[in-house]
Design a protein around this ligand. Structure first.
Ligand code: 6GU
Length: 464
């Protein structure tokens, strides 16, 4: 590959003679690099390259006539002989650094690394007359690129960055090509995990133990989790841009506590919050869509509809939401939409027993609250929302005080034949206590009763 850089400060680009890039640009290397002084194309004794801006304003603008002569010459320079074929003709790209360009990304860099000839035009002052980019973009591949949302005095630093980023992708420049594979902005779409070396103890900080154990699968999982965490904290935009196939099933347990759920479109922000009175209609529609799916198959549609009409209407939710002494409702949002909720029923007094005698018998601790509903829309099953809703509900319940006493136990009843549900509650630390019977539309159902203490948390108001 051939790279030409045109600048009024050719010395600024001297660092390119150093290190890997310098070696790549040496004889026999894959890179032919030449730096040119723009003033060589001036035609006055003062070697003037700029003039005042048309329309007025501060600063100076670089003249198009000088740039035109310089670029015509440099673009015409012969690039190294390549095996250009009719499918892969010789490719020349003009790159113009400017803070008003498109952000330079690794995808662009990878693409530019396949060009035969790259010419970089470094502007200074207020920039290059806009007709230069206009003229060349009509005749050849031209990109105006930016390093980020801040302003430099000129394009030289950006040219250094571009050359280094492109050159390290040329064959033979980076010694171990594997080190190009797992890095930030690679195919995984995540920032890179943190790396460590000896000494194992340094200023009170240790190398994470998992990295010393030699267990490859565990190390890979740990690195993946750290990459997900870093990306969530530093570059949520990258996480949101991941395609669904870039997210693995095991990532979900890591992402949910970081505030990200995974849907058919990829990661979306996940948030659990206290429900508000104006959520009633949406909660009712989530409940009505979800309840039938949790019913045993022998329950007929009519019985289900009857239950929905009696217990899951908007009016019913308005009542729940108005009575925060008795009900705790948490809404689970995915990408800003309510996609699930929990409804917990609090005891009216510290000693109050669960309303059903068969539950009261197997759940003896007091005060006892019932986790009455935990519903997630089917399209969000497996997203991590249900687990986060449950954890957050147990945490909020941990802060509830009934006559000054914390809750001793949270119990729930669930269809005993729903294996997924039993596994879910067991994994969340619930214990199976026994059975209860339960009426749906006049039919008696057999439920498993599960219980556990709430999560510890500071006392807090239930209604925010
Ligand atoms: Cl490419 N040029 C200049 N002058 N400032 C910048 C930049 C480029 N990218 C970020 N700031």
């Amino acid at each position: 590959m051939r790279i030409d850089i045109v600048s009024i400060f050719p010395e600024y680009l001297r660092p390119l003679e150093l290190s890997l890039i310098g070696r790549a640009a040496g004889s026999g290397g894959p890179l032919q690099l030449q730096v040119h002084d723009l003033r060589d194309w001036t035609d006055d004794p003062h070697r003037t390259v700029d003039d005042s801006p048309a329309g007025g304003g501060a600063g100076m603008v670089m003249r198009p006539d000088i740039w035109g002569r310089a670029l015509d010459d440099v673009l015409g320079a012969p690039a190294p002989p390549t095996d250009s074929t009719p499918d892969q003709p010789h490719r020349t790209v003009l790159a113009i650094p400017t803070p008003s360009g498109m952000p330079l990304t690794q995808r662009t860099v990878e693409d530019l690394a396949t060009a035969d000839h790259l010419v970089i035009a470094c502007g200074r002052y207020e920039g290059i007359d806009a007709r230069v980019a206009e003229h060349y973009s009509e005749r050849m591949e031209t990109i105006e690129f930016s390093l980020g949302d801040y302003v430099l005095n000129g394009g030289e630093v950006a040219a250094l960055a571009l050359v280094e980023a492109v050159a390290r992708l040329l064959p033979g420049v980076v010694g171990n090509p594997e080190s190009l594979e797992e890095e930030s902005h690679g195919a995984a779409g995540l920032l890179e995990y943190p790396v460590y070396t000896r000494p194992i103890q340094w200023r009170g900080h240790e190398v994470p133990e998992v990295l010393l154990g030699g267990h490859h699968a565990r190390i890979a999982r740990w690195r993946r989790d750290r990459a997900l965490e870093r990306t969530a904290a530093r570059r949520p935009d990258l996480l949101a841009a991941l395609a669904p196939e870039q997210v693995y099933p095991d990532d979900r347990g890591t992402l949910a506590p970081l505030g990200w759920g995974v849907t058919a479109t990829g990661p979306v922000p996940l948030r659990v919050r206290p429900a508000r009175p104006d959520d009633a209609a949406r909660l009712s529609s989530v409940a009505s869509a979800t309840f039938p799916l949790a019913c045993p198959p022998e329950l007929d549609a009519e019985a289900i509809a009857e239950f929905i009409a009696a217990h899951l209407t908007r009016e019913r939710f308005e009542e729940y939401l108005a009575d925060s002494e008795r009900y705790l409702v948490l809404a689970g949002e995915m990408g800003g939409e309510i996609a699930g909720y929990t409804l917990s029923v609090l005891p009216r007094s510290a000693g109050e027993a669960p309303y059903a005698a068969d539950v009261a018998e197997v759940v003896g601790e007091r005060p006892a609250a019932e986790l009455s509903k935990i519903y997630v829309l089917p399209e969000y099953h497996g997203s991590g929302l249900a687990r986060t809703l449950l954890t957050e509900t147990l945490r909020v319940l941990g802060g509830v005080r009934i006559e000054g006493e914390p809750l001793a136990v949270v119990w729930l009843g669930t269809n005993a034949r729903n294996r997924r549900a039993q596994k879910f509650y067991a994994a969340a630390g619930f214990e199976r206590r026994g059975r209860r019977t339960f009426q749906v539309g006049g039919r008696e159902m057999n439920d498993a009763v599960w219980a556990r203490p709430p999560l510890e948390s500071a006392p807090r108001a239930v209604a925010d």
